[in-house]
Design a protein around this ligand. Sequence first.
Ligand code: ADP
Length: 259
Amino acid sequence: RPEAPLTQRMAPKGSEIKHIIAVASGKGGVGKSTVAANLACAFHKIGFHVGLCDCDIYGPSISMMFGTVESPQISVDEQLIPIERYGLKLMSMGFLLESDQPAVLRGPLVTRYTQEFLKNVDWGNLDFLVLDLPPGTGDIQLTIVQTVRLSGAVIVTTPQEVALVDARKAVSMFKKVNVPILGILENMSYFLCPSDNKKYDLFGSGGGKREAEKLKVPFLGEIPIEAELRISSDHGMPIVLSDPDRQTSKVFLEAAKKI
Ligand code: ADP
């Protein structure tokens, strides 16, 4: 693409949040939230002021990945105040629900609720706000991408064809609403077996990269499938913060720089 990465670009004048980035996937379970959390941490490590917002009302997971059960405070002008954790600002629809309470809102209500939620968070000044979108390309995703001023979107996929088909749908959704695709990041690209040090392509190989080339969007990297990544998330600290020297963390850092 002709423009420089966002990390090197000037923000529009007068905006409190310089860049809002959506992390999206066509399909659930590909690791979108894991990627959103680690990319946000990578921006923070590079030295930016970062916010991370979990927009998935049906399966919010950011609070768990950051090990917090705090509820956000409400400011005097009735804005939600993000939770601060590890130097990042966090907001999640999950903060507003009881932990074992399912979200039983109907479509139109979810849309309204999400819009209200997005407009009423007091982020203050940020370099990057990362939005963890709900999986898929339906009404709710469209509402979100039309409610906020996005600098672009990162698409998460696995190398598997079923995930790629849905990733393509996500790319065309963003194109339709003129949101630039900042790149495709492939997750669960391979498994590096600790006992024989061999790479195993559990979900096929090279799919994300080929797709990126076909769609003429940047390819941001390959994240292996590994227990440590899952464990660090489950223990409440994304791997980019808990083990920054690890190869996987470096891939996230490189991806953030390419964005
Ligand atoms: P999504 O947001 O796409 O539904 P999540 O980020 O919630 O996906 O990931 C689903 C599950 O897979 C989580 O338990 C997460 O910890 C795990 N996971 C995601 N990526 C990896 C990976 N590269 N290696 C191991 N586990 C992963």
